[in-house]
Design a protein around this ligand. Sequence first.
Ligand code: MG
Length: 388
Amino acid sequence: MKLVKIEERRASIASEIRNAYIDFSAMDVSVVKITTDVVIDGEPVVGYGFNSNGRYAQSGILRDRIIPRIEGAPAESLLDDTRENIDPSRVWTAMMKNEKPGGHGERSVAVGVIDMALWDIVAKVERRPLCAVLAQRYGRGAPDPRVFVYAAGGYYYPGKGIDELRREIAGYLERGYSTVKIKIGGRPIAEDIERIEAVGDLLDGDFGRLAVDANGRFDLATAVQYAEAIEPYGLFWYEEAGDPLDYELQSDLAGHYRPALATGENLFSMQDARNLLRYAGMRPDRDYLQMDPALSYGLVEYLRTLDVLAEHGWSPRRCIPHGGHQFALHIAAGIGLGGNESYPGIFAPFGGFADDTPVEDGYVALPDVPGIGFETKGALMDLFRRLF
Ligand code: MG
């Protein structure tokens, strides 16, 4: 087999929402389509990939470095030992030729976009859902039949007050989510506490089903001030209080906060994740890790990260990736992670899962179709057809 064509396009996911650090008025993503010479049911096997929200399209890196390296590599060197399928780890080596270590920047996002499309191809060639392929290769034989998902929302929005927040969260609960997340740190603390109280009210006082996310906004003093204010609620987690690379802040914070902490969505390599485990005081019995394969060199790198987790005594169940995409959902089901993020109604049509698999009691099942299952999302496939 061989890869015959790799195309990249930019798609907007702009919106008026904002978190404590950025707005999303110019947010976009790279989308790739990789066509192979394998024909199944009369059609060439095609893989799709895209990056998660929060980082921008990587058109330049993809077109100038990553895609030409794949095209320039001997076709044989990208295949697995059967010669009938792609080996994403061998393509990874080709993509990263002449890239120095460290300083991961956004090339990790570009590589992640291609990696997603490669795994889509691998599973389609095997004619199985990706989660089944992963469970056999890296998991416990069979995938989890359903995956925990939580609704990440509660963004700041022009003119949005407590009433609008309550309506938004009530909508998530009606859609079948049991756990929700809201932003903090974009308003004065008293106002954020009021928002937490309002959402907790909708959850019948069960604050253990509410997570909060500061998006790296706080210095240590502010992080601790929030920690002391929210600790009595026993929230699901307190996410990314300080700068994602400030491991000392994270470690100090753990000394002030007993319930669960979460971070990792802005760590883009195995080495960065390893530093987090080494130096940030994260606690394997309660905290959560949110590295997002689509932003951090793809599943090939994520498997390395999972090995490091195991060496440090962490279960993959403590991982609930950022990003809200179907790729991470398959990884969660196949390898046995703790769950996956979800953004109902935003970052459409990239976020969300198969059209005909609703969320029930906070869990979602995976469709039984080959690959990642983008074909089960009508709006996403319409966009792919327009782009390519
Ligand atoms: Mg976050």
